[in-house]
Design a protein around this ligand. Structure first.
Ligand code: ADP
Length: 719
């Protein structure tokens, strides 16, 4: 009997399509196939096979089974689970899972090899080439290695002593060396590592929250757990997720040092051919350790035993565009599907994870304090109402004094300001016009390095004009407020002899540049680093003893659900960079609100009191982690149609116990890329299946072609 194959395509289609399996194709679930869709052939994945029973209308046959690795069933189950949870088409997460499979294959390269033939005449230069040619390499590399001109190499090729061969460079993915000892763990680290290895030995799904201050050795502890997982099973794979590309670089270095082998690297900055190699090596089980950003969670692991989510509280784990998901939450789901251990590590865990630890759903592993003699920094609040900076400056006298002392001791300062560019606002002195993006509700940010005004939301940019576009006044545009570039300018003015650098996503645009800057900071080649959050997290800079937070109040101004929590986490992280070795550290927080609960908790280093107060507020309001939230953003180019649609949508909201629907309301960001935006917010009790509720609601309405509807389960952005 012939069979029907259900094929999932990486496109926004509601479900898998059925095709006929041609005679002899012999498909299995997970196979990649070429499926006809309209006039085209699309790459898809077989998610189901069943016998064809008579009477069905004839189905189109599949064109081909691709000679590509099969997607493991667990990966497929994960993709489908993620889609249902996000109330989105499974094609979105499937596209992420296939990203590596669809990347171009690495191109073959030309290498030279010894043929065994003797050269007619053996000069010293030729001898050098023959010695260097033991390993195959490109003609240019060979000439360089031998220290001879390319003519010498060419002569040997012409004589047939060397022959050209095309090879596709295979990434080595050497097996980890598990005989290397890790550091001697201190008692509380050992207790946590043992709890994790016990979890791994149970060989079933379980989650541990690894909770320890910055510098307590969380990385050492989870690397120990990774070593255990890899040693227990020769096919075991380990995934370490990090929120930022810059952080992956540091952890890749530590993994390589611990296991004597490079891990697979996975993030948006990995070149497509390398991505392809890593994807295939993960699918074949050859690559056993992956360090990556959130999308690494969708790789086709064969035997994933341990997932580590480092800095688990970080909101960068939330993907806000395209397929919307939170990698920490999905890591727990993937762990359940794989029956693997999941470790969530943080110095400032999210309230969600803390709640799960409090209620016993997660094992709570607490590390006592900083490892060895390193101490947490002293944190002082600088009341900007009492000691303000001079006009047009951003660094207050107490901070400047502390910087001077730090420099004099030959130590390093980190100035933290979570604002890219030179100035967050440009306005006209003559008419008061604020420079905004043409099709988006946002101010244009001035960037001095590039000389442009940039919309951080959409990427729109334009040269800074010399006349006000509104009133035409010449040279009337003034820069308001500081970004990192402006603070850098001030630091250079104050300390002309100091070596000052900036670290933000505009100045450090790829992984290599990030690594270079992190290394020169670690080596002490920089005196003052001005950085956004890109550098404020996770790094170890031994000579960094002063952290100055330029605007501690910045994160509190938005006022959303997590504003206080996020500010606390970010500032605890940033201040935690100071004094990580034997030198005591200090952090100064510049604030206009020293009495705010967040500032008080930071100064007193009393995380538990802050968390308790915040939990109480959330519980009272029945907000996460005590309730669930979902957002709907409807956007459209035609305001009339959008208004009519959101009214219909409001009426169509299903009635359900324990669910409240708020809205529609104009989104705070009312216009993005020319589209007007309206929002609903849904709050539900924890017992409600919110995804099912949202799916029912969505199925009841059909937006007109000009309107797009995006559902965001557990939103982090309320804009
Ligand atoms: P965290 O991940 O909690 O911020 P790390 O694992 O980065 O902490 O540890 C901070 C520093 O202390 C690192 O340089 C690390 O190598 C060192 N360290 C931590 N634990 C030990 C240990 N048991 N023995 C030696 N060095 C350690």
């Amino acid at each position: 009997m012939s069979r029907i194959a259900s094929v999932l395509l990486p496109m926004p289609l509601p479900e898998a399509f059925d095709y006929a399996e041609p005679e002899g194709m012999d498909l299995a679930v997970g196979d990649q196939v070429a499926a006809p869709l309209g006039p085209r052939l699309m790459r898809g994945v077989v998610v189901g096979l069943r016998d064809a029973v008579g009477g069905n209308r004839p189905l189109k046959p599949l064109a081909e089974r691709l000679d590509e690795p099969r997607l493991p069933e667990n990966t497929l189950e994960f993709v489908q689970w993620a889609a249902r949870y996000a109330v989105d088409a499974p094609g979105g997460p499937l596209a992420i899972a296939l990203r590596g499979a669809r990347a171009p294959k690495p191109k073959p390269v030309k290498v030279l090899e010894l043929t065994g033939a003797e050269p007619g005449k053996l000069t010293p230069a030729r001898q050098k080439v023959l010695d260097a040619a033991a390993a195959p390499m490109s003609p240019a590399d060979l000439a360089r290695a031998a220290g001879v001109s390319s003519g010498v190499v060419k002569g040997l090729v012409d004589e047939g002593v060397l022959a050209v061969r095309q090879i596709v460079a295979e990434a080595a993915f050497d097996p980890p060396d598990l005989s290397r000892p890790g550091p001697e763990l201190n008692p509380s680290q050992r207790a946590s590592a043992e709890a994790m290895t016990a979890l791994l030995d149970e060989d079933r799904f379980g989650v541990a929250l690894l909770d320890g201050v910055t510098g307590s050795g969380k990385t050492e502890v989870y690397l120990e757990a990774a070593a255990h997982a890899l040693a227990a099973d020769p096919t075991a794979q380990v995934l370490i997720l990090l929120p930022e590309i810059a952080l992956t670089q540091a952890v890749i270095g530590r993994v390589a040092a611990r296991f004597g082998a490079q891990p697979g690297e996975w993030h948006s900055d990995v070149a497509p051919p390398a991505r392809r190699r890593t994807w295939e090596a993960v699918a074949s089980g050859r690559c056993r350790i992956v360090v990556g950003a959130r999308s690494a969670l969708f790789l086709p692991f064969l035997n994933l035993r341990l997932i580590v989510v480092d800095e688990e509280h970080d909101s960068s784990f939330k993907q806000e565009e395209g397929f919307i998901y939170h990698a920490r939450d999905l890591a727990v789901v993937r762990g359940r599907i794989e029956k693997a251990a999941v470790v969530l590590a943080s110095a400032t865990p999210s309230l969600e994870s803390l709640r799960n630890a409090e209620t016993g759903r997660y094992r709570w592993l607490r590390l006592a304090g900083r490892h060895g003699i390193a101490r947490l920094p002293d944190i002082e609040l600088v009341d900007l109402r009492v000691t303000p900076p001079e006009t047009g400056r951003w660094l207050s006298p107490p901070l400047v004094t502390a910087m001077a002392e730090t420099l004099a001791r030959g130590e390093q300062t980190l100035l933290f300001l979570n604002r890219r560019g030179y100035a967050p606002l440009v306005l006209c002195r003559a008419c008061g016009e604020r420079m905004t993006a043409p099709d988006t509700d946002s101010w244009l940010v001035e960037h001095r390095y590039s000389g442009r005004l940039v919309c951080h939301l959409t990427g729109f940019s334009m040269p800074k004009p010399d006349r006000c576009p509104h009133c035409g006044a010449k040279d009337s545009l003034v820069s308001i407020g500081p970004g990192v570039e402006r603070v850098e300018e001030e630091a250079r003015l104050l300390f002309p002899e100091a070596r000052v650098a900036v670290f933000s996503s505009d100045t450090v645009f790829d992984a290599r540049e990030a690594r270079r800057l992190v290394e020169s900071m670690a080596a002490g080649d920089i005196d003052i680093l001005v950085a956004t959050q890109a550098a404020a997290k996770g790094h170890n800079f031994p000579k960094l003893t002063l952290v100055g937070v330029v605007d501690a109040d910045l994160g509190l101004r938005g006022g959303d659900l997590r504003a206080a929590e996020r500010t606390y986490q970010l500032l605890a992280q940033a201040t935690g960079r100071a004094g990580r070795r034997d030198r005591p550290g200090k952090a100064l927080l510049q604030t206009y609100a020293p009495d705010h609960a967040v500032m008080q908790a930071l100064a007193a280093q009393d995380r538990d009191a802050f968390v308790a107060a915040e939990m109480e507020e959330r519980e009272f309001a029945r907000l996460p982690p005590f309730g669930r939230l979902a957002a709907v953003v409807a956007s459209g180019t035609d305001p009339g149609q959008l208004d009519a649609f959101v009214r219909t949508m409001a009426e169509a909201a299903p009635n359900a116990e324990g669910v409240e629907v708020y809205g529609p309301a104009d989104a705070p960001l009312g216009l993005v890329r020319g589209r007007r935006r309206k929002r609903f917010l849904v709050r539900a009790d924890r017992t409600v299946d919110l995804s099912a509720y949202m799916a029912t609601w969505r199925a009841r309405v059909k937006p007109p072609a000009s309107v797009r509807v995006a559902i965001d389960i557990d939103p982090y952005s309320f804009l």
